[in-house]
Design a protein around this ligand. Structure first.
Ligand code: 3H9
Length: 707
């Protein structure tokens, strides 16, 4: 076998060409994810040319080193001029190769990486590989032939499913679909590729390039595209790229390959130019950026979390226990009465069984996860836990009592976390003799679904404990964002001000339905009042009551929302809240009883309702959030704008295509927002409109917020 030294030299790039027997091997080595940046593209072009010119090789192998195949185009290059060869040009060269090319996929073969593999003659996947075209999640469509080649392999309907969802499929499913030709269970990508090369040599045939295969698309029913467009208009009216994806896949079945490629190119440019692309890519990097906590040195040691505990088997506690079990971490779930514990366990079981009913879990997995959750009435059973999350009643006295008890029973070094959504973590930590091991882990409801985890760092929380919590967040599939201590932390503090403003708008004459319609029109999945109904009106009511009792000068005066709570109208769970709900339905319906209640509240306050425009609703609801976010930055409760963006994206349904609250605010114009905030302070007043000094300063200087 020739040594690499015998092979042709190619320029020093992250791509290498070497020969193994009569197989030319092109290796991409560009950590961490072998993204197809300019260096990789030009290296691949040179290596392909070298391989095609190499008289000693009969076929070529495309493999990657490290943990993954190419995970796509280099997203960091988007928005800049693309240096040649562009990805479509490179893909076209592979498609036109005069020798068979075999791609070996391991790890994540995504986006442009998979598109390059689709232009190869043969695809082999290693067990465990994940294959997908996730461009839709970045506001794009596969722009290097993915919309034209994938239908030719798997049919137009399945191609639409894959490209519109952006979700990857595993190697076995890829084989069943015809997306890959073989799955190798053992060996490195190179070994698997050499086996495949041996098989191809023995067959003595050159497979047809995918671009020339039309059998899977020949019989496509045109109704497919009509149906998908109707469904998208209903489900994703705001988004640009899914609609362009349908156009592109339709072009694959109605136009010759070259014309389809030209159509894909034009549609890709549309998406690239859309502000949604910039917003979604900001959201992608925000999710990764928040993991790097300023001031927390990279490489800070972490503690092992082998066993967890949860105090409180209610909705939140049960959900948190499920998060641990889902990640394979054994968890002890404690409550004070057998009845509460039984109810909590039954709810967890029902939830897992419902997932099994929808095919998301097997019954064996349900059994495994239930076996990881150990119910108990005894605090002593928490002695072995490396981390305990308290999810008890939202009251300082209750929380301090729980922490005192935990401090007594938990082993030294165990981390004690509170799931409080508003209370002072430092005051809770003070109830223990280990404040350095105490922090907040604020999960969002439903805990198994919402990805946000506010990691609340107390005054004495140690670096190791913070680093452990951030690592744990990732392990259980959450987006952990480090925040400081204040009432409501970051997310709920901003929500509270939006809530004040939503109430003020209704007081002035808007209806809750109008406020919600404007917010869903902006892109939130739920309006403010529908979300209040979902979360439970009683939750906010208790918090407001506690603030009033404590004599908080900023406590909200009692209002019609409190009256609803007093009448037992807690929202969806009681069938009535701000809206009413038909039995078994989550659809909010306007309620005449509420309109009467609001009218009575206005007249009691001597307010004559006026017509409130949709623009005013939008500006007041959103600008008040930006103003509060700026105060949060000013106070150092959040370290960076990107932290606030991630919190509202992953915990409150801020539309991801708008990038996040502060990313959006920059585009709306800080100057415009600052001027409006000052006007509202004058005309409306209230603590929510006291302008943030940082906002005014950045607006005046024309600088991005936080810089
Ligand atoms: C595309 O291909 C367009 C084409 O159709 C057409 C063009 C004409 N580029 O997520 P991780 C970084 S669009 C640049 O923590 P994991 C990431 O920021 C692209 N950088 O690892 C992070 O950096 P840092 C379609 C990228 O193991 C580091 O890599 N492809 C890219 O949890 C590790 O990432 C996608 O959308 C990239 N493409 O997950 C795939 N990808 O360490 C996007 C990652 O500085 N990527 N980085 O924070 C992913 O889904 C995940 O990163 C992956 C690994 C599953 C691959």
């Amino acid at each position: 076998m020739p040594s690499p030294a015998q092979s042709e030299a190619v320029p020093a790039t992250p791509v290498h060409y070497a020969r193994r027997g009569r197989v030319g091997v092109i290796t991409v080595d560009n950590p961490p994810v072998n993204a197809l940046g300019h260096g990789v593209r030009s290296g691949l072009a040179a290596a392909l040319a070298a391989g095609l010119d190499d008289a000693e090789s009969d076929m070529l192998l495309l493999v990657c080193t490290g943990r993954t195949f190419m995970a796509g185009a280099d997203i960091r290059e988007f928005g800049k001029p693309s240096a040649p060869p562009t990805l479509p040009e490179l893909v076209a060269r592979f498609d036109a190769a005069t020798k068979p090319v075999i791609a070996v996929l391991h790890g994540s073969a995504l986006g442009g990486g998979l598109e390059l593999a689709l232009a190869c003659h043969v695809r082999v996947a290693l067990t465990g590989a994940r294959l997908g075209l996730p461009e839709v999640k970045l506001g794009l469509l596969p722009g290097a032939g993915g919309t034209q080649r994938l239908p030719r392999l798997v049919g137009a309907a399945k191609a639409l499913d894959l490209i519109l969802s952006g979700e990857p499929v595993g190697a076995e499913e890829a084989l069943a679909l015809g997306l890959v030709d073989a799955v190798e269970e053992r060996g490195s990508p190179l070994e698997a590729g050499l086996c495949a090369a041996g098989r191809l040599a023995a067959e003595k045939r050159t497979p047809l390039p995918v671009s020339a295969r039309n059998d899977r698309i020949a019989e496509t029913d045109p109704a497919l595209f009509i149906e998908r467009r109707a469904e998208l208009a209903r489900r994703l009216p705001h988004l640009v790229s899914p609609h362009r994806i349908v156009d592109a896949v339709e072009a694959a079945v109605t136009l010759p390959f070259a014309d389809g490629m030209a159509r894909e190119r034009a549609l890709f440019r549309d998406c690239m130019d859309s502000p949604q692309r910039a917003g979604l890519i900001h959201a992608f990097f925000a999710e990764r950026e928040v993991a790097k906590v300023p001031g927390l040195p990279a490489g800070t040691p972490t503690r092992d979390i082998r066993e967890a505990g949860v105090v409180g088997a209610g909705t939140m506690g049960g959900g948190i226990a499920m998060c641990f079990a889902n990640a394979g971490i054994p968890v002890t779930l404690l409550d004070l009465s057998q009845e509460a514990l039984d109810r909590g366990i039954a709810t967890i079981r029902r939830s897992y069984e419902a997932s099994a009913g929808k095919g998301r879990l097997t019954l064996a997995q349900v059994g495994e996860r239930m076996a990881l959750i150990r119910p108990t009435l005894s605090h002593g059973d928490l002695a072995g836990a490396d981390l305990v999350v308290e999810a008890a009643f939202e009251s300082m006295a209750v929380k301090q009592a729980v922490f005192r008890k935990l401090d007594g029973v938990c082993k030294p070094g165990a981390i004690l976390a509170t799931n409080s959504s508003t209370l002072d973590v430092d005051a809770i930590a003070a109830a223990t003799g280990r404040p350095q091991d105490v922090l907040g882990l604020h999960f969002f409801s439903p805990a198994t679904i919402m990805r946000l985890l506010e990691v609340v760092r107390g005054a004495q929380t140690s670096d190791i404990v913070l680093a452990t919590a951030m690592a744990l967040a990732r392990r259980i599939g959450k987006v952990g964002v480090a925040v400081g201590v204040c009432d409501g932390f970051v997310g709920n503090r901003i929500l509270r001000q939006r809530g004040r403003e939503a109430m003020a708008l209704v007081e002035a004459g808007a209806s809750p339905e109008q406020v919600d319609r404007v917010l869903t029109g902006f892109g939130f999945p739920l309006g403010h009042f529908a979300m209040t109904d979902l979360a439970g009106i009683d939750v906010g009511w208790r918090i407001r009551e506690e603030r009033r009792t404590a004599g908080d000068p900023e406590a909200e005066a009692p209002d019609w929302l409190d009256v609803l709570a007093e009448r037992g109208r807690y929202g969806q769970k009681t069938g009535a809240g701000v809206y009413r709900y038909e039995p078994g339905s989550r659809k909010p319906l306007p309620d005449p009883e509420l309109a009467a209640l609001i009218a009575a509240d206005r007249s009691r306050r001597g307010i004559a309702p006026r017509l409130v425009g949709d623009d005013e609703v939008r500006d007041r609801c959103l600008y008040v959030m930006v103003n509060e976010a700026a105060k949060i930055l000013e106070e150092g409760i959040a370290a960076r704008p990107v932290d606030i963006d991630a919190i509202w994206l992953h915990g409150y349904g801020f539309p991801s295509w708008r990038g996040g609250l502060l990313f959006w605010a920059e585009r709306e114009g800080l100057g415009r927002i600052a001027t409006a905030v000052q006007r509202y302070q004058r005309d409306i007043g209230g603590p929510q409109w006291c302008p943030s000094a940082l906002l005014l300063k950045c607006a005046a200087a024309g600088r991005p917020i936080g810089c």
